[in-house]
Design a protein around this ligand. Sequence first.
Ligand SMILES: O=C(O)C1=C[C@@H](OP(=O)(O)O)[C@@H](O)[C@H](O)C1
Ligand SMILES: C=C(OP(=O)(O)O)C(=O)O
Length: 448
Amino acid sequence: MSAHATPIPMSARKSGALKGTASIPGDKSISHRALIFGAMAVGETRISGLLEGQDVLDTAKAMQSLGAAISREGTGEWRVNGVGVGGFSEPEDVIDCGNSGTGVRLIMGAVATHDFATTFTGDASLRKRPMGRVTDPLALFGARSVGRSQGRLPLTLIGAAEPVPVTYTTPVPSAQVKSAVLLAGLTAPGKTVVIEKEATRDHTERMLKGFGADITTEKTAEGYKITLTGQPELKPQDVAVPRDPSSAAFPVCAALIVEGSEIFVPGVSQNGTRNGLYTTLVEMGADIAYENEREEGGEPVADLRVKYSKLKGIDVPPERAASMIDEYPILSVVASFAEGKTVMKGVKELRVKESDRIDAMARGLEKCGVTIEEDHDTLIVHGLGPNGVKGGATCETHIDHRIAMSFLVLGMAAQNGCQVDDGSPIATSFPDFEKLMTGLGAEVSRDN
Ligand SMILES: O=C(O)C1=C[C@@H](OP(=O)(O)O)[C@@H](O)[C@H](O)C1
Ligand SMILES: C=C(OP(=O)(O)O)C(=O)O
C-alpha cells in the first residue's frame, strides 16, 4: 500500500543470552514469484509457507486486479487460479506495489507484452527508486512507458500489442531486471535471452522450469546466458516456499553478537545465489553449524545452529555482493562488534534500495559510536570488539525494513541499546520480527 503507515518508534536494550528456536517466515523473493507464476499458469497453484508480509500481499492484490483468482485458505496457505500466459486483462485501477521493488519490477515485466495499459505506483520509498532499468529492456519488446523524470513512479506502461523476443545483457547485477525480461519473454513468441555477467538470485529460472517452461542457463564467455522459449503453457504447481535466508540473517546475527547466545534456525535456504552472508560470517569466525542439509520446495535448505562468537573483520570479496546484497546492513552491524575493520566493496546497488543503505547505515552507526569510511561503492566499518559499541542513539530508518531491523539488532548488544524512529516498514518482509526476537529473549519493543 502506498500510504506509509504511522511511524512506530521502537527500542532494543542490551539483552541477555538469546536461546531457543527461530522459525523464520517464507522467502519473500519466492513468495512474489509463486503468486505471479501461479497467475500465469492454467489451473490452480497451491502455495504453502507464503510470506504474508505487506510486499507480497500487494503482489497478490495486483494479480487479482489482472484477472487471477486468489484465496487465502489458512496461515501461509494460498490458492491461485491462473489465467494462462497472455491471459491478463487490463486492471481497472492503478497497481500499487507499496514498498516493493521486486513486486513492481516483476509485474511490469509480466504486463509489458500484453496489449493494454497499466499504471503503477508505490510508497514514498518506491517512488524514489529507478525504474528505467526495467522499462528500457521492456521497450525492446515493444512496450512504451511514461513516468516521472528518470522513469520514476507513478508510471504508465503500455504493453506491446505484437511483442518481439529480445536478447538483453543486464547492465547492473539485478535479479529483478533479469526476471522482468524473462516474464515479458513468456508472452512473446520465440526465444528471449538474458545475459548477466554476475549470477544473481535464480528463483525465476528455477520456478519457471518447475511450472513447465523451456528455460536453460549456460555459462558462456560473456556471462550466464538464460534462454527462455516464449508462449509456453505453464502448469499449476504445489509450491512449498522455503524460509527466507535474508530474514534469518537478523536472529542469526543477533545470536553472534549477544553474549552467551545459542539458537537453532531450521530450514533456511542455502541457495548459492543467496548465501553470501553466511559464507562471510564463517570467514569472520562465526560458529554456525549446518545440520540436516536437504532439499525443500526445489531449494537446498539446512538447519543452522548458531553460537555467540568472537569475530574478526575481513575484506568481503566484491564478487560476492549479488549473493548477499540485502544483508550488508546487518553485516555492517556485526562488523561493528568484530575486532578490526571490515571492508565491503562493490556495493553501490545498496544506494538504490528502499533507502540509500550505505548512507543510512553509515549515519546510524556513527551516531552509535562506530567509525565508518564510505565512498559511492564502498562501506568500511571499524570494529570496536564485543563490548565496544556504545549505541544509545535514535537511528533513522528511511522507510526501510532492513535498516530498522539492523539497528534493533545492534541495540540488543550495544552498551546503551538503540532506538529507531520508525519500525513500521518491518511489516513488509518480517511481520513477526518483534515476537520472534522477544521469544528468543531479546529486549525489543515499541515505544508507546
Ligand atoms: O529478485 C528479487 O526477488 C530481489 C532482487 C534483489 O534486488 P535487485 O534485483 O535490485 O538486485 C534484492 O535486493 C531484492 O530484495 C529481491
Ligand atoms: C531490496 C529489497 O526489496 P525490494 O527491492 O523488493 O523492495 C529488500 O527486501 O531488501
